[in-house]
Design a protein around this ligand. Structure first.
Ligand code: NAD
Ligand code: RBV
Length: 473
């Protein structure tokens, strides 16, 4: 079995954790029960680029039980749980359809390794690529599109790189091009679609759709109600404080946290801090989200004001350089700075590395103290500015991820079974309601039904959907 993981002997530990997680993932387990014998994904080759965690292991093995042939990489250099990667690579029953899955991921990859490993997740047998992609943040989609464009005369790979990441992407694409100049064209020809997990990946897809450069159909899983209104909100509510506590052991009660951005993730992060008796300030650019924050009783202020007050800063925007060097120069001594948005460029760390009066001291893995000689203070940066909940902790817990990943499996089935045009799609509202239904019983929740008279009165079918398309939940 082909795989690249940190230590395959961690498989036994990983398997025990996966078994515990299965109990917390009723949506995925019910899909296994429903489709385990008919195997609707039989014949499908799936490439995954999504945090290689215990929860993702349950997703991968569900896709496997539905008949798919899978290769997997992580979508972040720090987020792999090595025991989960090892367990998936080893598999449940050697030599059967429940055998190991080729996994290419370990925690602490270099950026160069990251892009090499992602490419390996694309390489099935006999030069074949995948039919389906599960993407998180759009890196697999990016490699595919840039690779295809290179094969069709585009010169992007020959341009100058602005940073290390771009340099690595260009290098891996040039290497693949030299080895097999038709690889990406063949992949695109056999690809039935992509399902995208997160807000930032959806933004990248949307740009491609607007520019008419989207090559394949893409299902926006993020904007299913049972994804962004659950994972982004409740998931981050669970995992943000876990990460900060594991990294710093700080007392949160009485401190001041600054939450940059009050979208779905920001709302969850702000709630988590409030639950720890932390004073919460919110910064926003959108008046609607700012008003929501104010109505929840949070203090909404400009970043400039928050800088001298905050003890902890969390970026949740999916935007670029939301915290810059000048901001960090104005923070209080030993302010904690971290990001829970998808990419690390929400915080301008590169400028810290460049400045001649700033020195970096590593405290422990993924906790660094930056000392500013000019200002005479330090700040504590967590997870190198990458998603703090997956770097300094273990990401969202299983039940939340079961809701997200049940959508992912149903998206993959939709792409495999139905033919779509190369544009973006949302899953049907019936699927959203079904995903919620699959998770109610585990929480002891029961719901009422309506009579046909009641259904007529509110213009709703008694079997659902229970809301019109514009309803915002
Ligand atoms: P969202 O669009 O709902 O919210 C982002 C908010 O940030 C918006 O309200 C926007 O107005 C605001 N914003 C943008 N620029 C700003 C600025 N300069 N200052 C202050 N506010 C600003 O998006 P979301 O679903 O909340 O996702 C946010 C990010 O988190 C994305 O990158 C997403 O991919 C990622 N995400 C991470 C996790 C995780 O587990 N770490 C989970 C879900 C989503
Ligand atoms: N996320 N995955 C986990 N435990 O596997 N935790 C969070 C996990 C996903 C989440 O769905 C979010 O949209 C994405 O990570 C951001 O990269």
């Amino acid at each position: 079995m082909e795989f690249e993981v940190k230590d395959i002997s961690l498989a036994e530990w990983g398997r025990k954790e996966i078994q515990l997680a299965e109990h917390e993932m009723p949506g995925l387990m019910s899909l296994r029960k429903r489709y385990g014998t008919t195997k609707p994904l039989k014949g499908a080759r799936i490439t995954g680029s999504l945090h290689m965690t215990v929860q993702t292991a349950v997703l991968i093995e569900t896709l496997q039980d539905l008949g798919a042939d899978i290769r997997w990489a992580s979508c972040n250099i720090y987020s792999t749980q090595d025991q989960a990667a090892a367990a998936v690579a080893k598999g449940r029953e050697e030599g059967t359809s429940r055998g190991g899955v080729p996994v290419f991921a370990w925690s602490g990859e270099t950026i160069e390794e990251y892009w090499d490993l992602l490419y390996k997740a694309f390489c099935f047998y006999e030069g074949k690529g995948p039919n389906l992609i599960v993407d998180d943040g759009g890196d697999a989609t990016l490699l595919l599109h840039r690779g295809y464009e290179l094969e069709h005369g585009d010169n992007w790979v020959y341009l100058e790189s602005k940073n290390e990441e771009e340099r690595c992407i260009r290098n891996v694409l040039k290497k693949i091009h030299a080895e097999d100049a038709g690889f990406w064209t063949r992949v695109v020809e056999s690809l039935r679609g992509i399902s995208e997990e997160t807000t930032t990946g959806v933004l990248r897809l949307r740009l491609r759709e607007e520019q008419n450069t989207l090559l394949v159909p893409a299902i926006n899983v993020n904007d299913s109600v049972t994804k962004s209104k659950f994972d982004n909100l409740y998931g981050c509510r669970e995992s943000i404080v876990d990460a900060i506590r594991r990294a710093t052991d700080i007392t949160l009660s009485g401190k001041t946290a600054v939450v940059c951005g009050y979208g779905n993730v920001g709302k969850g992060v702000a709630q988590a801090f409030r639950g720890c008796y932390t004073r919460v300030l919110v910064t926003e650019i959108d008046p609607i989200c700012a008003l929501q924050a104010a109505m929840e009783g949070y203090e909404v202020c400009k970043m400039e004001k928050a800088l001298s007050i905050g003890d902890i800063f969390v970026t949740t925007t999916g935007n670029y350089h939301v915290i810059n060097e000048q901001h960090m120069r104005q923070m209080r001594n030993q302010a904690i700075v971290c990001n829970i948005g998808h990419f690390d460029n929400e915080i301008d760390i590169a400028s810290l590395e460049r400045a001649s009066d700033i020195t970096k001291q590593n405290i422990k893995p993924l906790v660094d103290l930056y000392s500013f000689e000019t200002e005479g203070h330090s700040i504590l940066l967590l997870a190198g500015g990458r998603l703090v909940n997956l770097g300094c902790a273990t990401g969202h817990p299983s039940f939340i991820m079961s809701i997200s990943f049940t959508n992912q499996v149903l998206a993959q089935m939709t792409l495999w079974q139905e033919t779509h045009k190369p544009q973006m799609y949302l899953l049907d509202k019936r699927i959203d309601e079904e995903v919620a239904t699959l998770h109610l019983a585990a929480l002891g929740a029961e719901i009422d039904s309506i009579t046909s008279e009641q259904g007529e009165y509110i213009a709703v079918n008694v079997a659902g959907p229970f809301k019109h398309e514009q309803y915002r939940y």
